[in-house]
Design a protein around this ligand. Structure first.
Ligand code: PLP
Length: 371
């Protein structure tokens, strides 16, 4: 079947392995996050590292997002080329060649970047000044993740002082992101930890404001902290990524004090075929490590209760199904990935489905854009 013949075909006819995207669930997730943030005064700046697709970013903007976050300059280049004209790069950009590309983007769109290093800030200023452009700068603050970021409080304000002083830069505010808290399962625990991280960001903003800086942007947060961050009203911008697709790890977290699950639906899945079934305990599918990421565990099978998946090689996976399950070579099954971001990056395109029919093929345009 050619690519164009695929449009309108039934899901059963899609060759495997393939990355399916359920458009109804996608649109529902985008609408739900937009509704959470609506009328709160907190802007949504979704992180496109999850989907790497300008087409999906446009849907998020149409639902009210103020701009997008990108993890890397190359991802931002794909977004700007795709017509997304307000991007924040949420990882420091340090190499001279990347700084040059970032500045070139800043001439085409509103571009911001985070920084946590004085020399880096000076290099960014120099490059922006040489190209007669202005770059938005946000100080990245370590709010507990202990990855990138300057210490909260006076150290953050010191870097803000420098940025405000240097030509070619516009100090916009602070970023504080704590990824490790996003998937804390218990809502009360997660909320308490997020409050602590947010307080570090707010305290830093207060120090900088007392020094006369207009700290307009406080950006951070993700899917797991979204409802809590919005409730606390400390951030000016929220950066959720995974909510568009979700994955089985994220689906475990509680959204209500009573342990309520699933605020967002699983929009992507891996469509895979049984290629060998020589005995009841040898059910082999054509999806292995090259079709599903394994950094966060194994995918979960949709539709067959009690069945499990295990990796059995680069191109192979094994299913274990309850006794009596009817399954044979040629059958197709759907897996929910354990981590959406790293799984998406394994595919060239989304096969977009609605009500069991293929509606569109969308490229994963920023696939492999890790620079
Ligand atoms: C800086 C930053 N912001 C936001 C996100 C989005 O987080 P999530 O996918 O948990 O919504 C990420 C994800 O890694 C991130 O690194």
């Amino acid at each position: 079947m050619t690519e164009s013949q695929l449009i309108g075909a039934s899901k059963e006819d899609i060759d495997t392995p393939a990355l399916l995207l359920d458009l109804d669930i996608l649109d529902g997730n985008i609408a739900r996050m937009a509704a959470l943030a609506a009328d709160t005064g907190i802007a949504l700046r979704p992180h496109v590292k999850t989907h790497k697709s300008p087409l999906i970013a446009h849907r998020q903007l149409a639902a009210g997002a103020a701009g997008v976050c990108c993890a890397k300059v190359s991802e931002a280049e794909v977004m700007v080329a795709g017509g997304i004209l307000d991007v924040l790069v949420t990882t420091p950009v340090v190499a001279p060649e990347k700084i040059r590309r970032l500045i070139s983007l800043a001439r085409q769109a509103t571009v911001g970047v985070v920084a946590d290093d004085l020399r880096n800030v000076r290099n960014l200023s120099e490059a922006a000044r040489a190209e007669k452009t202005t770059l938005d700068l946000l100080v990245e603050i370590d709010v507990g993740q202990h990855r990138c970021g300057v210490a909260p409080g006076p150290a953050a304000a010191d870097l803000a002082d420098e940025i405000a002083r240097l030509p070619g830069l516009r100090l916009r505010g602070f970023q504080g992101y704590h990824g490790a808290l996003q998937q804390v399962v218990d809502l009360d625990r997660r909320s308490a930890d997020i409050r602590q991280a947010l307080d570090l960001l707010l305290e830093s903003a207060n120090v900088a404001r007392r020094r006369g800086h207009a700290i307009e942007v406080l950006t951070g947060g993700g899917t797991g902290s979204s409802a809590t961050d919005i409730g606390f009203h400390g951030l000016t911008e929220l950066q959720p990524g995974s909510y568009v697709f979700m994955d089985c790890n994220y689906s475990r977290i509680h959204w209500g004090p009573d342990g309520a699950l699933v605020l967002f639906g699983n929009a992507i899945s891996i469509w895979t075929s049984v290629v060998s079934c020589t005995s009841a305990d040898r059910i082999v599918v054509d999806a292995g490590w090259k079709s599903a990421s394994c950094d966060s565990g194994v995918p979960i099978l949709k539709a067959i209760d009690g069945a499990t998946f295990s990796f059995a090689g680069d191109e192979h996976g094994k299913l274990s199904v309850p006794e009596g399950t009817r399954i044979a070579a040629g059958d197709k099954v759907e897996l929910v990935p354990s981590h959406c971001d790293t799984t998406v990056n394994l595919y060239d395109r989304y096969v977009c489905v609605r009500n069991g029919k293929v509606e569109a093929l969308w490229p994963v345009a920023a696939r492999g854009k890790t620079q």
